[in-house]
Design a protein around this ligand. Structure first.
Ligand code: ZN
Length: 186
């Protein structure tokens, strides 16, 4: 699993493809892109409250079923506001799904390994045989969960994510600037 910083960078990269897609206010717009990109890891929260942060992590909330439910909810909320359902639902699905894609390509040394990608259609766990993101070491107890994240291994993993996903963001921004210069009428 990439850290929230990696998933957030992926969300901002997506926002740079189509700034203002969700909201005209760019901060609010970026915040929703980031929220949808980190959202699957909210499955740490119920476990944290019960003293075992990993209890529900990489469970049903890391699946296509959860992506569809979140997309339907986002589409419904936007429909109430703007009468648009499908575009916000589709983009929400893609952002949530991209989180699953990045997690799929991450080393996972905590059972169950990988993600139940096809839940509720199948409970099988999937993980790439060739991960390109490192694992994140963390405590299995809520008491020292957050302090346990601060170590040399995780710092190196964070730097790797910043290089890869920050690179993606830089590439999207550069491409947008390049295409912006070649606007119609030239
Ligand atoms: Zn995740």
């Amino acid at each position: 699993m990439p850290l929230p910083v990696g998933h957030a960078l992926a969300g901002i990269a997506a926002q740079q493809v189509r700034p203002g897609f969700f909201f005209r206010n760019r901060w609010l717009d970026a915040a929703l892109f980031v929220l949808l990109s980190v959202l699957p890891d909210a499955d740490f929260l119920p476990g944290l409250l019960r003293g075992r942060p990993n209890l529900y992590h990489h469970g049903a909330f890391h699946s296509i079923g959860a992506a569809l439910a979140v997309a339907a909810l986002a589409g419904g909320l936007f429909f109430l506001r703007t009468k648009r359902f499908w575009p916000p639902a589709a983009v929400s699905f893609l952002l949530f799904g991209f989180h699953l894609f990045l997690d799929y390509f991450s080393l996972d040394l905590v059972a169950p390994f990988g993600l139940p990608l096809l839940w509720p259609f199948s409970g099988r766990y999937f993980i790439s045989a060739r991960p390109f993101f490192s694992n994140i070491t963390r405590s299995a107890r809520s008491g020292d969960f957050f302090p346990s994240l601060f170590n040399r291994h995780n710092l190196e993993a964070a730097m790797q994510e910043i290089v890869i996903l920050g690179g993606l963001l830089a590439a999207v921004v550069a491409l947008r600037l390049l295409l912006g210069k070649r606007s119609p009428g030239e």
